[in-house]
Design a protein around this ligand. Structure first.
Ligand code: YRO
Length: 309
């Protein structure tokens, strides 16, 4: 019997697949569909204190090798997702992921205080691609600010918390970020968010309306970058911080590679947009088939065990 069971912070998941925040997880209907799916757990759309409409459409485009988006954080507001999370708690689900992306640090602190004071028993994923101070890059690319944000949060926050990171491309950046994260009781990191400010052109025209066509790149284009980030942080972070992989998963083989790099859980974004929730059933079957051929019965038989030359 092959099992895809996995663990994060002492909690058990029936399998290692979930959606990535932002995909099919904004409305009650979408969240209900995820709950009915084969996914091991699921995560809510990154939320702000107050509901937001997001950017004008078209703001997402499917590309042959991935996707580009500039959604602009459309969401139903913190209260909606907290109510949803508490209803899940009432039905005995204590493994939901709750994504938070405040428009400023004070908003993040306020939302996390309310989660702290609630009955929510799941995981919180703080999206570090949230806006920072004017004239500064996103928080995940501002290392002093990342340190300050985590310091302020862990002054009071006691529940399981992780962060969603943008992709890094330079060794000193990996090391600097890992050294900061290792100072805090984080339970997980999720890498990667979309590759920022890409530009896709068809004929003579951009394919999304906001920002002159610039948007976050996802899908097959970003898989090597995602695997590099998963692998590097798996090596550099203390063992208490699990790595959740995200980026470029189209097949069971891609899930297998994320786990080889060290991922404990794997998120699906672009392919979930393209294929909807049946994608989880397919990926589970394809991953089990690979494990069967290789004689692996559990994720732990190969997690992190990428062979180097
Ligand atoms: O546009 C989005 O809502 C979005 N798209 C992504 O690919 N990643 C994200 O983290 C978000 C939300 C955060 C932000 C990019 C709008 C600041």
């Amino acid at each position: 019997m092959i099992s895809l069971q996995t663990f994060i912070a002492e909690k058990t998941f029936k399998n290692c697949l979930m959606n990535a925040s932002g995909v099919k997880c904004m409305t009650d209907e979408e969240l209900q569909e995820l709950a009915r799916s084969e996914a091991g757990t699921w995560i809510t759309k990154s939320c702000t204190l107050v509901p937001q409409d997001g950017n004008p459409s078209p703001r997402y485009a499917d590309l042959k090798m991935g996707s580009i988006n500039s959604m602009g954080l459309p969401n139903l507001g913190f209260d909606f997702y907290l109510n949803y999370a508490l209803k899940q708690h009432d039905t005995g689900n204590d493994s939901l992921f709750f994504s938070v992306a405040g428009l400023k640090l004070e908003d993040n602190l306020q939302m996390l205080k309310r989660i702290q004071d609630s009955d929510f028993q799941g995981f919180t994923e703080l999206n570090l691609s949230c806006p920072n101070l004017p004239g500064k890059p996103q928080t995940g690319y501002d290392f002093d600010r990342t340190n300050e944000v985590l310091d302020k949060i862990f002054n009071f926050y006691q529940k399981p918390l992780g962060i969603k990171l943008p992709p890094y491309f330079d060794m000193i950046h990996f090391e600097t970020v890992a050294n900061i994260l290792n100072q805090y009781p984080l339970r997980f990191i999720t890498c990667i968010n979309s590759v920022g400010n890409a530009l896709y052109i068809e004929d003579e025209t951009v394919v999304i309306k906001p920002k002159g066509g610039f948007g976050g790149l996802g899908g097959a284009y970003v898989k090597p970058t995602a695997l590099a980030n998963v692998r590097m942080f798996y090596k550099l972070l203390k063992k208490e911080i699990a790595v959740i992989g995200c980026g470029g998963v189209e097949t069971g083989r891609d899930v297998f590679e994320h786990i080889l790099c060290g991922a404990s859980m794997v998120q699906i974004a672009t392919q979930l947009m393209k294929e909807d929730t049946p994608v989880f059933f397919r990926l589970i079957a394809e991953l089990k088939e690979i494990m069967n051929i290789k004689g692996y019965q559990n994720i732990s038989d190969f997690r992190g065990k990428l062979k180097e030359l």
